[in-house]
Design a protein around this ligand. Structure first.
Ligand code: PGA
Length: 253
């Protein structure tokens, strides 16, 4: 069975409630209420989740969070639990984004704990992996992605892994305007799928959606989506503009 594409918008730390309301209204009018043959996710800041749930209720747009903690509750200042996100209407959670890894010190073990908490609560995780420019130039791309992928998926069974998306996001392509070429992205996506085959077998690996992220735009989405192992996109900057994000969702390949 063909994999259903996932196009996810990561708003990062952008969007007051008032701005979010405007953007949701614009997205709703552009994307309508018909369920397309692809999944659409937006991950606004936590403070905009309530308005998102109200505004996007009858649309095909699903809600995601930008992070999730591994404990159900407790003394973890600044963190948020899977149950809280589910209650707010989230179905998805982005985990291990390179900004979390680089700016907030998350390591592979933390990412794995977050992924396991998300999937056991019924949230679908979008797990980010990707090399820095220095690592790419040193020829270490596949080694880094291999380590991050295995680390994130540690101790997960095949049913859990099928429900997860991996997002390959080369750090040098994030927010820089410099997208990986479709060939560069496809090479890494193929490698990731191969790792998953080794971990849980071909059936689960065939079901897993592997997204590309890093300066995805209306101008490059079609050629990226034409690659056989690119099953969607994680979109940062361009998801803050309703016209751009809608065009990315309506990619043609
Ligand atoms: P970008 O960000 O599309 O702005 O490069 C992607 C991401 O960080 O998920």
């Amino acid at each position: 069975m063909a994999r259903v594409a996932v196009i996810a918008g990561n708003w990062k730390m952008h969007g007051t409630v008032a701005e979010a309301r405007k953007l949701f209204a614009d997205l709703r009018s552009r994307l309508g209420s018909e369920a397309p043959d692809r999944e659409i996710v937006v991950a606004p800041p936590f403070t905009a989740l309530a308005v998102a749930a109200a505004e996007l209720g009858r649309t095909p747009i699903q809600l995601g969070a930008q992070n999730v903690h591994w404990e159900a509750k407790g003394a973890f200042t600044g963190e948020i639990s899977a149950a809280m996100l589910l209650e707010a209407g989230c179905r998805w959670a982005i985990v291990g984004h390179s900004e979390r890894r680089q700016l907030f010190g998350e390591n592979d073990a933390d990412v794995n704990r977050r992924v396991r908490a998300a999937v056991s609560a019924g949230l679908r995780a979008i797990v980010c992996v990707g090399e820095t420019l220095e690592q790419r130039e040193a020829g270490r791309t596949l080694e880094v992605v291999d380590r991050q992928t295995r680390g994130a998926l540690l101790d997960l069974g095949s049913a859990d892994i099928e429900s997860i998306c991996i997002a390959y996001e080369p750090v040098w392509a994030i927010g820089t305007g410099q997208t990986a070429t479709p060939d560069q992205a496809e090479e890494v996506h193929r490698e990731v799928r191969g790792i998953v085959v080794g971990l849980v077998g071909g059936d689960a690996a065939k079901q897993m959606r592997i997204l590309y992220g890093g300066s995805v735009k209306p101008e490059n989405i079609d050629s990226l989506m034409a690659e056989p192992d690119i099953d969607g996109a994680l979109v940062g900057g361009a998801s803050l503009d309703a016209a751009s994000f809608s065009r990315i969702v309506q990619y043609r390949s």
